[in-house]
Design a protein around this ligand. Structure first.
Ligand code: FES
Ligand SMILES: [Fe+2]
Length: 406
């Protein structure tokens, strides 16, 4: 394998032009540090990434740190209760300011020379600096933050795409599950030693589900052919009204995104008969969400931009956030949401709640790492996608579009 340290726009344009439609990406898209650097600039730093749920940050001083590629943000509930995000970079000589992953702070003290910032990002103390030193001019730099019906997103740029369409069009499906009144019941981070695209590409297709995920495959129907899916889909649709669910379909994903907006989508897919939710035996693992009255045997996919994917069962929501760490490493962060008034131990058990997607993600991690090893081989040749990899195809075509945009 050879990796050029730099890729100029012409080389990139040639690589993109050489990319055979309907085929896996060429090796350099996974191995070239220059392409990774462009992805960071043109895709990763320009788009919204799911950072958590509002319920994690309700009291002034509640904070969590969000790391994406080489950037780090402090997400913090301010004195007036509003949510802010700041670059986790000291205005003195640039040290990370906050080294804790989450918690409650009265102020943030830089561990290097002790500059002190309040929870609204203002610099409030700097030892031994000259009298004329301007504290006010050295506050933490702001990072874009916004919420969509309870979900918190950050973007490491000043002019991120608009979230207005997503807020409007996803209001109804998100209200069905009462997203604003959910809470985080569990979270887990899966470090994946593979390029971030391999991790997300794997999430976009279920061609591998029958071979890699025996547990997932006995309840979820995604690996069935279209005709069979339609039949089980109809059974679920017949049950939905009595369960309190509306039949909604939204698709502004990727290339279908409106100009200047993030892509987003919503759909609901039936599980096999007998499965009420994504659990070991198909039985409920938490109280029904929102005003739902019964289990329709479906699971809803929500997509927010290019890194954040949610699966809403009738009694819990699983949120997946994929981010790059560097060219060869990515993270999959999963958090599980239940209704805020559910009590752990009484209404839900964390092991039962997290079982399915923990085993599934561990298996995914293994196949993604195997994939990455082969993709680095001198014998790697991009092969054709199957009909069950259409979403992955759409995803990489979107990536290539974004890379082209100067
Ligand atoms: S780098 Fe933060 S106080 Fe010096
Ligand atoms: Fe998988």
């Amino acid at each position: 394998m050879s990796a050029s340290p730099q890729v100029d726009n012409r080389t990139l344009a040639e690589l993109i032009a050489d990319q055979k439609p309907g085929y896996a990406l060429a090796q350099r898209f996974y191995t070239d540090p220059g392409i990774y650097a462009l992805e960071v600039e043109r895709i990763i730093m320009r788009n919204w990434i799911l950072a958590g749920h509002e319920s994690e940050l309700v009291n002034p001083g509640d904070f969590k740190v969000v790391n994406v590629a080489s950037e780090s943000a402090i997400l913090v509930c301010g004195t007036d209760g509003t949510l802010n995000a700041f670059a986790n970079v000291c205005r003195h000589r640039g040290s990370l300011v906050c080294l804790d992953a989450s918690g409650h702070a009265r102020k943030f003290e830089c561990p290097y020379h002790g500059w002190m910032y309040d929870i609204d990002g203002h610099l409030i103390a700097a030892r031994n600096m000259p009298d004329e030193f301007d504290l006010a001019g050295h506050g933490l730099l702001p990072i874009s933050v916004d919420t969509i019906h309870g979900l918190v997103f950050v973007a490491f740029c000043d002019d991120p795409p608009s979230l207005e369409g997503a807020k409007r069009d996803l209001a109804e499906p998100m209200a069905m599950f009462d997203f604003e009144n959910l809470k985080v019941a569990a979270r887990k981070t899966y470090p994946i030693p593979a390029n971030w695209k391999l991790s997300i590409e794997n999430y976009q297709e279920c061609y591998h589900c029958a071979t890699a995920h025996p547990d997932y495959a006995r309840m979820h129907t995604l690996m069935l052919d279209q005709k069979k899916i339609q039949r089980v889909q109809q059974h679920m649709r017949d049950r939905m009204p009595a369960c309190g669910l509306n039949d909604i379909y939204v698709d502004y994903n990727y290339q279908k995104a409106r100009p200047g907006e993030i892509g987003y989508g919503y759909s609901r897919t039936a599980m096999f008969e007998g499965y009420k939710t994504g659990s070991k035996d198909g039985q409920p693992v938490a109280p029904l969400l929102g005003d739902l009255r019964d289990y329709d045997g479906g699971a809803s996919d929500f997509t927010f931009g290019a890194f954040s994917f949610l699966l809403a069962y009738s009694d819990h929501v699983v949120c997946y956030v994929f981010t790059p760490v560097d060219k060869d490493n990515s993270l999959c962060e999963i958090f599980w949401l239940v209704r805020s008034d559910a009590d752990e131990g009484k209404d839900y058990d964390v092991d039962a709640l997290t079982w399915l997607w923990d085993v599934t993600t561990e298996a995914d991690k293994t196949i993604i790492v195997n994939n990455s090893k082969g993709v680095h081989s001198r014998y790697y040749r991009p092969g054709p996608f199957s009909g069950m990899e259409n979403l992955e195809r759409v995803y990489i075509e979107w990536i290539l579009e974004q890379l082209k945009a100067p």
